[in-house]
Design a protein around this ligand. Structure first.
Ligand code: SF4
Ligand code: SF4
Length: 58
């Protein structure tokens, strides 16, 4: 399981440094989470101004 970043993402980049496992990177249209690395800690969702990261199994 992993968090995913929805299309709400405005590519501000704030979440990147908050991820303890460096799972977040800039994608083509928005930022993306590597599901192989994500531990579902929720830190990215806590700092995101538009609540774009959500649990994939939600
Ligand atoms: S939930 Fe945690 S581990 Fe997963 S991408 Fe967000 S900050 Fe990184
Ligand atoms: S903090 Fe939210 S809006 Fe900013 S890059 Fe991350 S997911 Fe996108």
């Amino acid at each position: 399981m992993s968090y995913i970043i929805t299309d709400e993402c405005i590519s501000c980049g704030i979440c990147v440094d908050e991820c303890p496992v460096e799972a977040i990177s800039e994608g083509e249209d928005k930022f993306e989470i590597d599901p192989e690395l994500c531990t579902e800690c929720g830190s990215c969702a806590d700092v995101c101004p538009v609540e774009a990261p959500i649990p994939a199994d939600d």
